[in-house]
Design a protein. Structure first.
Length: 161
């Protein structure tokens, strides 16, 4: 006979199955079946994880916007692709979690010093040269349309000279 794991044990063994049992208990109004301590822990961790992801993605986006602003001549397809990917993922987060969207400006302000440090490291420009506060609101950063990188290393054929 197979023994069914107790709910607290299930939380440790199979998070997905544990979530399903919690959803079922809530849907059926069976509050006594809820694993309250783990449910509180899980939801708290999830909130922190989502906020951390938004902050990380804003850091990367602002980092690349700073590089484009301060060294446009070095713009690469990689920079453009990173900007576009971060914009897409940030939009998905703020659209999917409206409460995080309402906090996005505050989270961006927290992310900005890390973006400056990264941009300073990548560009060789002193961190003190960058503005102390972001030049972009979150909306402006998400709307930024990066230019196409200039072609590099083109060699003219002897006939083209």
């Amino acid at each position: 006979m197979t023994k069914i794991a107790r709910v607290p044990d299930l939380y440790e063994a199979d998070e997905h199955a544990w979530i399903e049992t919690q959803i079922a208990a809530l849907a059926q109004g069976e509050d006594r079946r809820l694993d309250r301590p783990h449910l509180i822990e899980y939801l708290s961790e999830r909130t922190i994880r989502d906020r951390r992801e938004l902050q990380s993605r804003l850091t990367v986006l602002l980092h690349h916007l700073l590089k484009v602003r301060h060294q446009p001549e070095r713009l690469t397809r990689s920079w453009v692709n990173t900007i576009l990917e971060q914009q897409r993922e940030i939009r998905a987060i703020v659209d999917g979690i409206p409460s995080l969207g309402r906090q996005a400006e505050t989270i961006a302000a927290i992310a900005y010093p890390d973006a400056v440090r990264a941009a300073a490291r990548d560009t060789g420009i002193a961190a003190s040269v960058f503005p102390q506060a972001s030049l972009w609101t979150v909306g402006e950063a998400l709307a930024f349309d990066p230019p196409e990188p200039a072609a590099r290393g083109r060699h003219l054929s002897p006939r083209g000279r």
